[in-house]
Design a binder for this molecule. Structure first.
Ligand code: G3H
Ligand code: 13P
Ligand code: ZN
Length: 302
């Protein structure tokens, strides 16, 4: 299949009252693992690259790898820029063949966020590319943008933001956080705020960032085989899935892929000290990421 627009996938998710998973990618093995899991579970998926991923792999490599993966499966795949932090970054992704972009102006004053987001929307829409905006601050590191604490999205402002910018989807802050060290104690999500946001903008797909569960088994394996990941804490998929009936249509997952990939490599090296063929250990990591993605897709998408 060809790469499709994220909008198409989000509309499909709404019809089915499910969410599309958006997984962060930056290399061939991750792309293969995710698309093969999507194919096996017969569900569409969004592959997204951050500015850091684009810098690491190169925009052409990312697009061509995703194109190659999309061609070899029979479910739709979209290619999205995650946390674009400027008009120029979004323009580069639009011109580089991405089918949707996120412009993250959440750290800016409200009016400036509207202005920047609208500029991206005007450019992207002309080229048939859809745009995700963000309002409210999600804790954790967001590429160039960093927020120490989350500030919930204000529902009335969300409506004004969507009306004035014309964004196709909106990332909201309801208490989730980025990274592997999300919480110090069990988090309480503001599902009531989410409900109010949905009432204000019922036709806008909502996006949940920071939706890794911080897979405890992967953290334990990393630490067992020489790693040092302390105080990692996430939240169960079942809790995150409660956001879906409240309008969340895109669920962003990155950290869990990194944890499972790393755990697999650490265990492999510890158990196979004489092996040095990358195909051996990368194949193993790719398979474990695939199994993780199948699990996520079954909870959120299928
Ligand atoms: O939300 C941020 C994503 O996990 C991307 O992280 O900037 O390290 O690629 P990154
Ligand atoms: P996690 O760090 O929870 O995987 O969040 C990823 C994300 O929101 C990417 O935009
Ligand atoms: Zn994010």
């Amino acid at each position: 299949m060809k790469i499709v627009s994220s909008k198409e996938l989000l509309i499909l998710a709404k019809k089915r009252n499910r969410a599309i998973c958006a997984f962060n990618v930056n290399n061939m093995e991750l792309i293969q693992a995710i698309t093969s899991a999507a194919d096996e579970t017969k569900t569409g998926v969004i592959l997204q690259a951050s500015a850091g991923a684009v810098k690491y792999a190169g925009i052409t490599y990312i697009r061509k790898l995703v194109e190659a993966a999309a061609e070899s499966i029979s479910v739709p795949v979209a290619l999205h820029l995650d946390h674009g932090d400027s008009f120029e970054a979004c323009k580069m992704a639009v011109d580089g063949g991405f089918t949707s972009v996120m412009i993250d102006g959440s750290h800016l004053p409200f009016e400036d966020n509207i202005k920047l987001t609208k500029k991206v929307v005007d450019y992207a829409h002309k080229k048939g590319v859809s745009v995700e905006g963000e309002l409210g601050q999600i804790a954790g590191v967001e590429d160039e943008v960093s927020a120490e604490h989350s500030h919930y999205t204000d529902p009335a402002m969300a409506r004004e933001f969507v009306e004035k910018t014309g964004v196709d989807s909106l990332a909201v802050s309801i208490g989730t956080a980025h990274g592997a060290f999300k919480y110090k104690s069990a988090p309480k999500f503001a599902f009531d705020v989410l409900e109010q946001i949905q009432k204000e903008i019922p036709n806008t797909p909502l996006v949940l960032h920071g939706a890794s569960s911080v897979v405890p088994e992967a953290v334990a394996t990393i630490n067992k085989f020489g790693g040092k990941i302390e105080n990692a804490m996430g939240v169960s998929e079942e809790t995150l899935a409660k956001s879906i009936p409240l309008g969340v249509r895109k669920i962003n997952i990155d950290s869990d892929l990194r944890l499972v990939f790393t755990a697999t490599l650490r265990e492999y090296f510890a158990k196979n000290p004489a092996q040095f063929d990358p195909r051996g250990y990368l194949k193993e990591a790719r398979e474990q990421v695939k199994q993780l993605v199948i699990k996520k897709l079954k909870v959120f998408s299928v």
